[in-house]
Design a protein around this ligand. Structure first.
Ligand SMILES: [Zn+2]
Length: 105
């Protein structure tokens, strides 16, 4: 079984990675505000893709922050809904999930 400490390290590394990515996306979007774009439609499209990526990164980082809080509280690995233990395999795949497989459905 993966130790809580290893999970924490894993989550913190992922969070740092996401923060770096979000900063990169923001810088990229900012650079698109330059007025001399030749193909605005294409730019707008890629902006939407970038914004979508930014949003999912933001959502994931929020879930990771909440998971780190649960580690601090000692409730990590327990389903936030039914209180059951979340399986190790599920935590391996989704280390920040607050729900067991049944409740996530
Ligand atoms: Zn549950």
């Amino acid at each position: 079984m993966t130790s809580l400490k290893a999970r924490k390290t894993q989550l913190e590394a992922r969070l740092a990675d996401l923060k770096g990515r979000m900063a990169g996306i923001e810088a990229e979007l900012d650079s698109h505000n330059a007025p001399d774009w030749e193909d605005l439609a294409t730019e707008r499209e890629s902006d939407e893709v970038l914004e979508g990526m930014g949003l999912s990164a933001q959502q994931e980082s929020r879930m990771i922050t909440a998971a780190l809080q649960r580690i601090a509280d000692g409730t990590y690995g327990l389903c936030a809904k039914c209180g059951a233990e979340i399986g190790t395999a599920r935590l391996d795949a989704l280390p920040y999930t607050p729900f067991c497989r049944d409740c996530a459905m």
